[in-house]
Design a protein. Structure first.
Length: 267
């Protein structure tokens, strides 16, 4: 009887060993989990990495004007601009006072009227408004500050915290966005990170290999407002999920059956 019990136990052990082997065989290669494996010491020019963010329809801008004559400046800073809803932390809705760029790419600015700003950077908009104020002799030596209030990127897929990342300083790299989202998990594919970017009504898709140093010379090193970053799950995650859903019930059934057999033999 002891021999029979040992035989059944040996079968159960073999089933468990097979399950563990199949699980471990799906583990990802360590090389695929490393960033920039081919990058040597180097000095990269920052100018090659810059990416100009251009204002698009539906963007929200904050525009402040100051000068040596506060009374003359006041009309350009009156709260007559519309309040626009934006998404804050944890999905909360915030009301931001700002100029909403309409579908035609225009804003309505006090005194100056309708201005075409779509396709310009915030610096170019600042220069344009400053020139208009000076040329029309509305202000002397005005200082104009333009900021984009709704600069954000979305990070989805196999990261620790999929989220929408708000960028108050209007500049964020792909690596910073991934860091804000808790980094790519062990199950994420670093060699096939997808970036979706919409410009002039056209969606562009770029795939980046973060195992390689190519990102440092890419136009996608710095993200633009409303970019979407998607990290695909690797084969280990897909395989483990599939195998777990099929092998675990089989393993549990086998163990239950073995327990019943051992109990019958023991009796």
């Amino acid at each position: 009887m002891t021999g029979k019990i040992f035989g059944v136990s040996n079968i159960l052990f073999r089933i468990l060993l097979l399950f563990v082997t199949l699980y471990l065989s799906s583990c990802a290669s360590s090389k695929k989990t490393v960033y920039f494996i081919d990058q040597q010491d180097a000095v990269l020019k920052a100018s090659n990495l810059s990416s100009k963010n251009l204002v698009q329809p539906n963007d929200i801008l904050s525009i402040a004007v100051t000068s040596l004559n506060p009374a003359a400046t006041e009309v350009f800073n009156k709260p007559n601009n519309s309040f626009v809803s934006t998404s804050g932390v944890n999905g909360a809705t915030l009301q931001s006072p700002g100029y909403l760029v309409n579908n035609d790419g225009n804003i309505q600015f006090p005194i100056l009227g309708q201005m075409k700003i779509s396709g310009l950077s915030t610096n170019e908009i600042r220069e344009k408004i400053t020139k208009e104020l000076v040329d029309k002799k509305l202000l002397v030596d005005p200082i104009v500050i333009v900021r984009q209030l709704n600069f954000k990127v979305s990070v989805l897929g196999e990261v620790a915290r999929p989220s929408v990342v708000n960028v108050p300083n209007e500049k964020i790299s792909l690596l910073e966005a991934l860091g804000q989202a808790g980094d790519i998990t062990i199950y994420g594919r670093k060699d096939n990170v997808m970036i979706v970017r919409e410009e002039d009504g056209i969606k562009k898709i770029k795939r980046i290999n973060l195992n390689s140093s190519e990102i440092f010379s890419s136009d996608y090193y710095y993200l633009k407002s409303n970019d979407i970053v998607y990290v695909e799950a690797n084969k280990a995650k897909v395989s483990s999920s599939t195998r777990s859903s099929t092998l675990i019930p089989i393993l549990l059934s086998a163990l239950s059956f073995g327990a019943i057999i051992i109990d019958r033999i023991a009796r």
